[in-house]
Write a protein that binds this ligand. Structure first.
Ligand code: KE4
Length: 432
């Protein structure tokens, strides 16, 4: 039974008059699934509540940040306490150092770290630093990976760019992307060949060490090992974009799971506990090229904002205390086994890559290893599944080319409710 979205529809019509597409980020616009985005009124624990009074089990958690669920007491208390001391100083404060120390303790490859305000700022800055440090210009990225809306990285990008069918954006001058090479993810041979031909020009390779932005795509061990080897051989900076996977797949991120030590790492999402925080960091020799120590300029009025730092400190402290990762892995694995059984029961070709608390149900019979495979997914069938689940009170990522995120606020009761909604949804779409 479809839910009532009368108020959301009315408000979204109003929003579209004053905000492009009615959204401040295209990923929220339901472009990949059609229909009208529900307007959220509030969130608590595992739930989102829209302005029509509908309640949803939340499987995006603000696209990753809310690994402990919404309004976690430790994070909310820290934000409230910080607010009593003001909102922003434009001068150094203790909490910036405390959060930097927590990041460095959690991610050993990070020896020095700079806070910024978004994942995009983190990757944009990391690219500039890698180019400044090496004196080289060429950057390698991988098709389907999304690293924020950085000019030089909006080439065959994933996430909203892929969802909306514009993986390489207009408005980016050719000069900005002339030095960006986009290779197939998980393709060791093309990586090797590119380095053989142009190794001396390559400043950095940036990748999602587990892709979330074309749906979940897991790297082969050989791919990661090849990456590390060729970067070291040719003096290129290996950048793990862990904006999504950092503190998500393990406390030390994907690099902890895979035992790979990148030269630089970008972070965001969970790091801010729901507040706007990004960060980039890595080897001391590289990070010492950043102003004011070195010549590579990067700055930000609200970087290291004390309220955001307080939220990040509370988040990382809670994650260390609670260690939710084993339970998240078990929950997510059980959920995906259940979803796959249901999709199979209704004869729906699918694959469900899952790692840690990230998963995607691809309506695609092939195991998705790269952009070329992902793009053959049945996005129309996904759209019907998404809306059927939404009507069932389950809020999934609104694109086939996004990851879902399980939070520690979800319990057995929620797992069963999700599978019951999926049973109805998958039966419904199998019939249509
Ligand atoms: P932000 O600038 O959106 O904070 O971070 C950009 C970014 C960088 N790197 C990775 C691996 C990312 O996943 C992101 C942002 N992720 C998307 C979701 N796929 C954010 C959602 C949105 O754009 O609204």
């Amino acid at each position: 039974m479809p839910l009532s979205h009368v108020k959301s529809e009315a408000h979204f019509a109003r929003a579209q008059k004053v905000i492009p597409g009615g959204v401040n980020s295209p990923a929220r616009a339901f472009g990949g699934v059609g229909g009208t985005p529900v307007i959220i009124d509030r969130a608590d624990g595992p739930y989102l509540y829209d302005i029509d009074g509908n309640r949803y089990l939340d499987y995006i958690g603000s696209w990753g940040p809310h690994i402990l669920g919404h309004r976690h007491p430790q994070i909310m208390d820290a934000i409230q306490a910080s607010l009593q001391k003001g909102t922003s100083y434009g001068a150094p404060c203790e909490s910036e150092t405390v959060l930097a120390e927590l990041v460095i303790a959690a991610v050993p490859s990070i020896e020095k770290v700079r806070m910024v305000n978004s994942g995009t700022e983190a990757t944009m800055s990391a690219i500039r630093v890698a180019r400044g440090f090496t004196g080289r210009n060429v950057i390698i990225k991988f098709a389907g990976c999304y690293h924020g809306h950085v000019d030089s990285l909006l080439v065959q990008a994933g996430s909203g760019a892929l969802t909306h069918g514009v993986p390489s954006s207009p408005g980016v001058p050719a000069g900005c992307t002339a030095d960006t090479l986009s290779l197939p993810y998980n393709d060791c041979q093309q990586l090797e060949d590119t380095f053989s031909r142009r190794g001396g020009e390559i400043a950095a390779v940036i990748l999602e060490p587990v892709v979330g932005n074309m749906g979940v795509v897991i790297p082969t061990p050989e791919f990661l090992q090849t990456l590390q080897r060729v970067c070291r051989q040719h003096g290129a900076v290996l950048i793990f974009d862990e904006v999504m996977t950092g503190f998500r797949l393990a406390f030390g991120g994907a690099q902890e799971r895979f035992g790979i030590r990148p030269d630089m790492t970008t972070l965001g999402k969970i790091l801010g506990g729901g507040m706007p925080v990004g960060a980039y960091g890595g080897r001391t020799d590289i990070m010492n090229s950043v102003s004011p120590v070195g010549p590579v300029y990067q700055a930000g009025t609200l970087s290291g904002n004390p309220v955001a730092m307080a939220a990040g400190i509370a988040m990382l402290t809670a994650l260390k205390e609670l260690n939710p990762y084993p339970a998240l892995e078990t929950f997510t694995a059980r959920l995906c086994v259940g979803l796959s059984a249901l999709a199979g029961k209704y004869g729906l070709p699918h694959t469900i890559p899952q790692i840690g608390s990230m998963f995607t149900l691809f309506f695609n019979p092939e195991v998705v290893t790269s952009y070329d495979v992902a793009k053959h997914s049945d996005t129309k069938r996904f759209a019907r599944y998404f809306h059927a689940m939404l009507d069932g009170g389950v809020y999934l990522a609104c694109s086939q080319y996004e990851a879902n995120f399980v939070s520690a606020a979800l319990t057995e009761e929620h797992l069963q409710a999700t599978l019951q909604a999926a049973d109805r949804a998958l039966e419904q779409i199998a019939r249509s």
